[in-house]
Design a protein around this ligand. Structure first.
Ligand code: IPE
Ligand code: IPE
Ligand code: MG
Length: 241
């Protein structure tokens, strides 16, 4: 597992639930997809801010396993946006030292999109400055269920002793197996819920909820929230020494 300490005493791994695109568009009398486009543009600024803020790992929630419940038009628009985003941003991400990974279930995604995701992961595999993980068709419960299925297969094949299964065993089967746990989870748009994001991994994460809608979320607001994190005392169940 990777070292999680950041130089500035801030969070080394920040996870963001990028919420509020639809309301942002609605406030402007525009279609929801307009908000998603504005939201996608924000990602670059936040990724760029990470090195100076001591953030080595950034994980962003782009599409949940529950988001298929939206209209076919919105889902199709989002899938097109993801394809365009990868094509447009790939070279800049590579040049800026960003290593991109995707988590979530790829089975239900269009093959064209999956091919672009695979390509971006391979293209940036040599980078180490910022580790950007994009959660796409991701759900925490779905991830644990898929991990359990793979673990059960190993047991059935006689390669894993069920008596040896503990927390670290299950962690190895999760989509996030190579990532440290998030130190801080931020949700924009004022909703105070986690909506099935990184359930297992966030057991001891700190949470910050901001009323700012995702398309309005700037690097300054990001820095301000990280500043607040530095003042928090994390005890992990122990008593302060
Ligand atoms: C978050 O914005 C983006 C996705 C879930 C894809 P929303 O689309 O949920 O925006 P609101 O919550 O309706 O404002
Ligand atoms: C969570 O936002 C998912 C993403 C940001 C991708 P939602 O807008 O889907 O969550 P709920 O429905 O308000 O809980
Ligand atoms: Mg929402």
């Amino acid at each position: 597992m990777a070292e999680t300490k950041s130089q500035a005493g801030g969070p080394a791994h920040v996870a963001i639930i990028m919420d509020g695109n639809g309301r942002w568009a609605q406030q402007r009398g525009r279609p929801r997809l307009f908000g998603h486009q504005a939201g996608a543009k924000r990602v670059r600024e936040i990724v760029r801010a990470c090195p100076d803020l001591g953030v080595r790992y950034l994980t962003i929630f782009a599409f949940s396993t529950e988001n298929w419940k939206r209209t076919q038009a919105e889902v199709a628009g989002l899938m097109t946006l993801f394809r365009l985003y990868i094509q447009k941003e790939a070279q800049a991400l590579l040049a800026e030292g960003v290593r991109v990974r995707f988590i979530g279930d790829r089975e239900r995604l269009e093959p064209k999109l999956v091919a672009l995701m695979d390509h971006l992961e391979t293209l940036t595999a040599g980078n180490d400055r910022v580790h950007l993980t994009i959660a796409l068709n991701y759900g925490g419960r779905d991830e644990v269920a898929r991990a359990t299925k793979r673990l059960a297969r190993e047991v059935a094949a006689g390669r894993l002793d069920p008596e040896s299964v503990d927390e670290t065993t299950l962690t190895r089967f999760l989509d996030t197996c190579v990532l440290p746990d998030p130190d801080l989870v931020i949700r924009t748009s004022g909703e105070a819920r986690i909506s099935n994001f990184l359930l297992w991994q966030s057991a001891y994460a700190e949470y910050e909820f901001t009323p700012v809608l995702w398309p309005d979320f700037t690097a300054e607001i990001f820095a301000e929230i990280l500043g607040r994190f530095a003042g928090r005392e994390r005890r992990f169940g122990a008593v302060k020494a």
